[in-house]
Design a protein around this ligand. Structure first.
Ligand SMILES: [Zn+2]
Ligand SMILES: [Zn+2]
Length: 155
């Protein structure tokens, strides 16, 4: 669908092409190519277990976890440190599939938890990497695909 006001090509809340005009009214909508690139980089970072690479995708003030959560993160450095702690403890995450949408990139992960007291979690989980201006601004965890995809479909 071509936006009648500015000329951006828009599909389900994501821009397939941009008008590049000064009066673009669709500037708040993410660009598919940017999201696809981000998704590929997320996969590469997880496969390489390279959290520095993952951190490069995060906004400086990236958030992870509710305000009441004991391990909440409120900066890129905190997110990277938290992920690195898990990796150092032997936890690994495998990307099963990735999907892009208006809110960003949805990552379906399988986690492998080592036999380690105090370290448990779900085997399969969904992370919505909420994106803005090509950066991840928040990591939102979901247990179920349905809720995760609903969140992905709206900005
Ligand atoms: Zn436009
Ligand atoms: Zn428009």
């Amino acid at each position: 669908m071509v936006c009648a006001d500015c000329g951006c090509l828009v599909d389900a809340g994501v821009r397939l092409s941009t008008c590049d005009g000064p009066d673009c009214c669709c500037a708040a909508l993410p660009v598919r190519e940017v999201l696809e690139t981000m998704a590929a980089q997320i996969r590469t970072a997880f496969e390489a277990r390279d959290m520095t690479m993952f951190g490069a995708l995060l906004a400086e003030g990236a958030r992870w976890g509710d305000d009441g959560a004991p391990n909440r993160c409120r900066s890129r450095a905190e997110v990277v440190a938290t992920l690195q702690r898990l990796i150092d403890a032997g936890v690994s995450g495998e990307v099963l599939d990735l999907k892009t949408g208006p809110a960003g990139v949805l990552c379906h992960l399988r986690a492998h938890w080592p036999a380690h007291p105090g370290l448990t979690g779900r085997d399969e989980l969904f992370h919505l990497y909420r994106a803005r201006d090509g950066e991840i601004i928040e990591i939102e965890p979901y247990d179920e695909r349905e809720a995760a995809e609903a969140a992905l479909s709206v900005i």
